[in-house]
Design a protein around this ligand. Structure first.
Ligand code: HEC
Length: 175
């Protein structure tokens, strides 16, 4: 009885060791290690891409380019609240002195981090106001709440993001 249990334990330990070794090999043995600066930059850019994909339909609605839909506004505003809440973590890793990575984030993101975080918080607050407007407000209320959201995209890009080549200012937020 006792020996049986012990034998099982030994076997389990062996299996676990093999599994852990395999995982370690899979991580370390595949050639180049991922560059943590590029990983951080890619992550925050992916977040911005999703934020943009969520906000742009609303900005088009605000401009009358697509039909108004309160249901879409409610859903996208709620998603924007969550996505805006992810900005602080996504920009925690300071890449201001990293070289050879693809990024448009200016060093001032980390030099003036409190203001950056406040601007991210402002996006969240305005997305919350938009969600509220979409539930109870008039179409005009909703449209001005969408404008407020778009304005904070631009505000942050003007200060914290390099302007894309050929564009004068903060890049319209949507692109
Ligand atoms: C708190 C600041 C801040 C706010 C608010 C913000 N952005 Fe950004 N955004 C940035 C920074 C910084 C970058 C550059 C990231 C990089 O290249 O590493 C960026 C990049 C982008 C990009 C390019 C992503 C890529 O693939 O390179 C898009 C698109 C974008 N933002 C859209 C938006 C939209 C739309 C909003 C508003 C709904 C918004 N952003 C709100 C700071 C902000």
């Amino acid at each position: 009885m006792k020996m049986g249990k012990k034998a099982i334990l030994v076997a389990l330990t062996a299996v676990t060791t093999v599994a852990m070794t395999a995982a370690a090999l899979a991580q370390g043995g595949g050639g180049r290690r991922p560059n943590p600066d590029q990983t951080a930059a890619s992550f925050r850019q992916a977040l911005m891409t999703v934020i943009s994909g969520t906000a742009v339909p609303l900005l088009l609605m605000q401009r009358g380019r697509v039909p108004y839909s309160a249901a879409t506004v409610t859903k996208n505003a709620r998603n924007l609240v969550t996505l805006a809440g992810m900005i602080p973590d996504a920009f925690e890793h300071d890449t201001s002195s990293a070289t050879g990575i693809k990024t448009m984030a200016l060093p001032v993101v980390w030099q003036n981090h409190d203001e950056f975080l406040m601007t991210a918080g402002e996006l969240r607050t305005r997305a919350e106001a938009l969600e509220k407007a979409a539930r109870g407000g008039s179409e005009d209320d909703v449209k001005s709440a969408i404008m407020n959201v778009g304005a904070v995209c631009n505000q942050c890009h003007m200060k914290f993001r390099q302007s894309p080549p050929g564009e004068g200012g903060g890049g319209g937020g949507g692109r």
